[in-house]
Design a protein around this ligand. Sequence first.
Ligand code: URA
Length: 251
Amino acid sequence: MVQRLQKVMATAGIASRRASEKLILEGRVQVNGQVVTELGTKVAGDDIIKVDGQTIEHQEEKVYFLFYKPRGVISAVKDDKGRKVVTDYFTEISQRLYPVGRLDYDTSGLLLMTNDGQLANELMHPRYHVEKSYLAKVKGIPTNEQIKALRAGIKLPDGHKTARAKAKILKIDKKKDFALVSLTIHEGRYHQVKNMFAAIGHPVQKLKRETYGFLTLDGLTAGQFRPLTFAEVKELKKQVRQKSNRILPFT
Ligand code: URA
């Protein structure tokens, strides 16, 4: 969020807005290493502000959204080819948001968006094992053996053996030759779900992420988002931090 320098200084508790203006006019304030004496100067959350040589804390408010990404949207903040990106849905939000991980262009479903880089990195780190469940429409009808193979872990073309997963056939349509399969994984390798189904010979035709940890898409339709509640953010932080405490000493 971009704000006037004197407002940021006042919010950070440096001095009243009036007194901050005085400090600026006296040449005692620097933004990113440059002395600033203009009262209209605007600063963003990542600008480094110093008063009399001391850096002030002025962190942008952290915001968290649960987004139902539609198909046909890139999980990025911009696209060279001018295609629709996830941040196009958040133009009314002044903070600079980033997606937590990615869903493929043709995958729909639950994507978290935030400006909290630390939590985003923690959630994306394989160490934290956030469970994600997907609904896949696949070509053909997998056998019980193939579903068991998805559960036990299978070798992908890159040589990686997938971790144990949950897999269940929800519907089969013999006439149209497809099945709907629920797959829950806690890894997040590139194209993992598509690669897992390709490996058992049943390529994905349609893919939707239905849950992320304890979060679901309930109440949203494609293209909509809602802020996470305070309790949900607290729980996400608790989960990754608990896991980091437990696992870090051994890695
Ligand atoms: N796995 C995939 O193959 N694609 C996605 O978008 C997410 C998981």
